[in-house]
Design a protein around this ligand. Structure first.
Ligand code: BES
Ligand code: ZN
Length: 635
């Protein structure tokens, strides 16, 4: 590292250690008052900064600090059954009632230090679930809840052997983000309360259990698996999967868990993971979590990836054979810093997780694959962002989004990701890359293992970058980025030479100057293809056929390109591709890939009838979240 960078890093650390942000600030609720004119202007009326509107729990009164799980995985009944023992600390010694979040749990008993204690299940709330109100005896330190999950738990998917790659054994996985941990553990389900945990998971003998915790790749397969997570994590990072899993090492600290038939392919596709880890550590500080492994899930996994600590959960739809979609791995790995080490205090602050992570993803892609790849990824990200800015209502274009009264899952968009990343890229551009990297390193260290609000981040900026770079940065503009819709004028752009060639070819073809078969695509990479297809306008059946004849898009095996093409096939009524569309919808459950297709189909009665047919067949294999996100399109 250059001397100058070292000096500024030192200054940052010194500044950071005397900053007014401290441990207690992480859980403090700051009502917006007139003493804070900037915040009053920034946050909507009445919003309580730091209040989690998506949890019923009361960690500011009695805090759960550690969870010990002992759960039996019952594939026959599709339930997890057992106990959660919660270690508590009284923040306010006057308070006697512990409120836990639950959803669709059957509570069998609640005991404190071995003795039954009174409890009440509150009236269920459709978004938040059911509060479990426990009267805690004065001296109690441990509360044990015996419970069972429902087969329909929103955070658990139970797969039959038929729905797995191997077809012999069942599979189970959990997905807790944003507020689904409560459907498989009674707990304080808010990202501002962090816990350590340990677990005993009992499974059929042939299966392996893995968790977002220390996993021993060489563990004996005897159906009883033990885990510990010694670092305090938010509840949405507690995760479990059980299946006929094998392990293959990719590097010293990295490896992959998958069903046998995916294992080799996955390990090859993601072989750069160890290097990503090393390169990220060089800039942003040591990786805090020990091992970093990947778990490849069945195709019904509703997301691309989930950053469960030490063990990211990954969709198999990104195993393309050419590493073209590995930005997803960079993304989940980056969360080990932005998200898992520093966490959003509430879901309003999600952009602190996803915006920083998206920014880091781009950087990691450049570290590993170079600047051309970086530029292409940036342009594709900018395209996604522009689409959301054009279509979302203004209130949903705000980084610090007001989620009061809304379902945390319903407001998922490119805003926290791409707008968040673009904001950070602007800071980087204004103060210089090295300086910005030094800032990030200081930020990750300063707030390590804390959950913070947007306002704490702004305070930190005040103390660091805004003080250091008064010429380059402007507070009003920063607040505009965070609290106003749209993209501030003059934000950094993105361009790629590799895409200029594609634009030329596409234009020439659209103008009739070139036949599709004559486009020189020999050296095109995935990103160029994706960009070519994404930016095709409305087309005639003849034009669609010509492209298909030249490039076989309907049969394309890359799931992202197939997705983009199938969207055109729907919008242009190109029925030739609808068999493929049916296969796609019934074999993939990743919501980002299927939802836009259902949405487009729902635009016409014929499309809707087709969507209904596919959905009815696919539904049994979809994750509850994918079902919920799409059922409105087929009503
Ligand atoms: N943490 C997210 C997934 C998530 C976010 C689940 C909010 C539930 C609520 C994960 O890191 C993610 O962003 N996944 C993306 C991948 C990515 C490369 C943008 C996905 O799944 O598409
Ligand atoms: Zn993410």
């Amino acid at each position: 590292m250059k001397k100058q960078a070292l000096i500024s890093l030192f200054m940052l650390l010194a500044l950071a250690s005397c900053s007014k942000n401290d441990e207690t600030a992480a859980t403090r609720e700051t009502p917006v008052t007139t003493e804070q004119p900037l915040l009053k202007k920034a946050a909507p009326d009445g919003i309580k900064v730091g209040k989690d509107y998506h949890s019923l729990a009361n960690p500011e009164e009695i805090k759960v600090t550690h969870i010990s799980l002992d759960l039996t995985v019952d594939f026959e009944r599709k339930v997890l059954a057992g106990t959660a023992e919660l270690e508590i600390t009284r923040v306010n010694p006057e308070k006697k009632r512990l409120i836990l979040d639950t959803r669709d749990l059957t509570i069998l008993s609640v005991t404190a230090d071995g003795k039954d204690v009174p409890y009440i299940l509150m009236e269920p709330d459709p978004h938040l679930g059911t509060g479990l109100l426990i009267t805690v005896p004065k001296k109690a330190r441990k509360i044990t809840v015996a419970y069972e999950t429902s087969p329909d738990a929103s955070g658990v998917q139970w797969l039959t052997p038929q729905q797995t790659a191997g077809k012999q054994q069942p599979f189970l996985f959990t997905q807790a983000q944003a507020i689904h941990a409560r459907s498989f553990i009674p707990l304080q389900d808010t990202p501002k309360a962090r816990v350590t945990y340990d677990a005993i998971i009992r499974t059929p003998k042939e299966l392996l259990a893995v968790m977002s915790a220390a996993n021993d790749p060489n563990t004996e397969r005897d159906g009883v698996y033990e885990f510990t997570m010694p670092q305090p994590i938010p509840s949405y990072l507690i995760a479990l999967a059980v299946g006929d899993l094998q392990f293959k090492a990719m590097g010293e600290r990295t490896g992959v868990y998958a069903e046998a038939s995916w294992l080799e392919r996955a390990a090859n596709e993601f072989e750069d993971t160890e290097n990503m880890l090393i390169e990220t550590e060089k800039r942003y500080g040591d990786y805090s979590w020990g091992r970093y492994d990947l778990l490849i899930l069945p195709p019904s996994f509703p997301f691309g990836g989930m950053e469960n600590p030490r063990l990211s959960f990954i969709t198999p739809t990104v195993i393309a054979g050419d590493k073209s979609l590995v930005a997803l791995i960079a993304h989940e790995l980056a969360h080990s810093w932005s998200g898992n080490t520093i966490t959003n205090a509430t879901w309003r602050d999600l952009w602190l997780n996803e915006g920083f992570t998206t920014y880091l993803t781009y950087r990691i892609m450049e570290f590993i694959y170079g600047t051309d790849r970086y530029n292409m990824e940036l342009v594709l990200g900018a395209q996604d962002l522009a689409a959301d800015i054009a279509s979302l209502p203004e209130k949903d274009q705000i980084l610090a989004i007001d989620l009061r009264g809304r379902d945390a899952d319903d407001v998922f968009s490119n805003i926290p990701y791409e707008k968040g990343a673009l904001f950070l890229r602007e800071l980087e551009t204004k103060i210089g890359r090295e300086n910005f990297d030094a800032f990030l390193l200081g930020y990750f260290e300063h707030f390590a293992f804390q959950s913070i609000t947007t306002e704490q981040f702004i305070d930190y900026l005040d103390d660091t970058l805004l003080a250091q770079y008064p010429q380059e940065l402007n507070k009003e503009r920063i607040l505009q980025w965070i609290f106003q819709p749209g993209i501030p004028e003059g934000a950094p752009g993105a361009s790629s030479d590799a895409f200029a060639i594609v634009d030329e070819a596409r234009d020439a073809w659209l103008q009739g100057a070139l036949r599709a078969g004559d486009i020189d695509t020999k050296n095109w990479n995935y990103h160029q293809w994706k960009y070519f297809v994404d930016k095709l306008p409305a087309m005639s059946i003849e034009q669609m056929s010509e492209l298909d004849a030249a490039f076989n898009f309907t049969g394309h095996q890359n799931n992202e390109i197939a997705h983009s093409w199938l969207l055109h096939a729907i919008n242009n009524d190109y029925k030739v591709a609808w068999d493929r569309l049916y296969d796609y919808l019934t074999s993939i459950g990743r919501n980002k890939l299927v939802k836009p297709l259902y949405k487009a189909l729902a635009e016409t009665p014929e499309g809707k009838a087709f969507a209904k047919k596919a959905f009815d067949v696919a539904k049994a294999g979809y994750h509850p979240l994918t079902v919920k996100a799409n059922e409105a399109y087929v009503q």
